[in-house]
Design a protein around this ligand. Structure first.
Ligand code: DNO
Length: 398
């Protein structure tokens, strides 16, 4: 496996020099400044790559090439948007970027309700998705038509109580957390624009979204093969419906459907343990064992899910996912592939991290502070080292 670190480009308060100090050798980035709907030029890609290489690092993963909403809706202008996506992919391929991550979430990308939640164990400030608050937003603040029908009646009642107790400032803060776009996620929305975007998906259910994804995949996989780029589709975060909209990359069955499109090693998944793990019925050890040979990128983080479906980001080795078992499955699959001649080292990054120490008072991207991620990386690195030793011994005595 290859250690990588997400970097948001030059505006990122965590510099490439900081990245270098972590010991990670690969960088995960995207041309975040290019507006959606424009393909990335070879020149802009070369400039970004040059910056990374000048710092002694490698651009290992592009996360993400943005996906225009029309592709997810399967509109009549979807083919031209897919064409732009393919142009960007080809330009990344010409530049030798080995892995590309993307997602297929409708309207919003990754979503949380609280970005500074104090953990019960006192391990800093974590990102949290509070189910009752999300429902309060959808049903009572946004006021989406029939939204209450999408939730358990008991939770809607709790959400109403929570909503009535919120100050205007609290309502606004909740709204900002949900729709103002987390870094690397969807664009900033206003209350009116998000309502319009949600409405634009009317009539698109799970089957339609899935068909639109398969259409997209059939178009892009051949381009990935031409350039030897490994694609890794990122799961829905969280892996359940938001705003009554379908999400089609949430469960093991979704992954099976996606992978069935092509056996090409260029068509794989991003195993984001935190995203898949935010759903109590996803067994991450079983998923890692089943899909390890198709994992082209690993996001390693842990979450603790609560009874009502709320969850918070826990420490990297603690929470609902047995992280050591997941890493073991990935290492075993990587070895098996290497025994057959593959030279691919699966890139991993310690995903997110708590706000700790001096980072608490500092401006950083939510989830992407320095110390918390570094702590996560150090823990994961230790687990990888120990497991590697164990697998080496196993191989020596086999
Ligand atoms: C959150 C990230 C997401 C992810 C995209 C992948 O921290 O994992 O922003 O980059 O959804 O396309």
């Amino acid at each position: 496996m290859k250690e990588t670190w997400r970097w948001y480009g030059e505006p990122d308060p965590i510099t490439l020099e900081h990245v270098r100090q972590t010991g990670a050798t690969g960088v995960v980035t995207a041309l975040h400044e290019v507006p959606d709907g424009t393909s990335w030029t070879a020149e802009d890609i070369a400039t970004r790559k040059g910056l990374i290489e000048k710092a002694g690092l490698e651009w290992t993963v592009c996360e993400s090439i943005p996906m225009e909403q029309c592709v997810k809706r399967g509109d009549s202008d979807a083919p031209s948007a897919i064409g732009r996506w393919k142009d960007t992919l080809a330009n990344l391929g010409r530049a030798g970027i080995p892995v590309v991550c993307y997602n297929f979430m409708p309207v919003v990308d990754w979503t949380r309700t609280d970005l500074r939640w104090r953990t019960a164990r006192g391990t800093g400030l974590a990102l949290r998705f509070e189910m009752v608050d999300f429902i309060a937003y959808d049903v009572f603040i946004l006021g989406r038509a029939n939204a209450a029908d999408n939730y358990d009646a008991g939770l809607v009642a709790k959400a109403e109580i929570a909503f009535k107790a919120m100050t205007e400032a609290e309502k606004l803060a909740l709204e900002t957390n949900i729709i103002a776009g987390l870094p690397g996620g969807a664009l900033v929305q206003s209350r009116a624009s998000i309502a319009a975007l949600i409405a634009s998906y009317q009539g698109i259910g799970h089957a339609e979204m899935q068909a639109n994804l398969l259409t997209f995949l059939k178009e892009v996989i051949p381009v990935a093969e031409d350039f030897g780029i490994r694609l890794g589709i990122h799961p829905d975060d969280p892996p359940f419906s938001l705003f009554g909209l379908p999400r089609v990359v949430s469960t093991p069955q979704d992954v099976r459907n996606i992978l069935a499109v092509s056996d090409s090693p260029m068509h794989g998944i991003t195993l984001c343990t935190g995203s898949y793990g935010s759903r109590a019925d996803n067994d991450l050890t079983a998923m890692a064992q089943e899909f390890a040979h198709r994992v082209n990128f690993a996001h390693l983080r842990n979450v603790t899910v609560e009874d009502d479906g709320s969850f918070f980001e826990d420490d990297h080795l603690d929470g609902g996912t047995d992280m050591v078992a997941v890493i073991e499955a990935l290492l075993r699959a990587e070895r098996a592939a290497q025994a057959k001649g593959s030279t691919f080292a699966v890139p991993l990054r310690s995903d997110h991290g708590h706000l700790l120490g001096e980072d608490i008072g500092r401006k950083t991207n939510p989830g992407y502070s320095y110390i918390g991620r570094l702590k996560g990386l150090a823990e994961l690195r230790g687990a990888i080292r120990a497991l590697t030793r164990q697998l080496d011994k196993e191989e020596a005595t086999a």
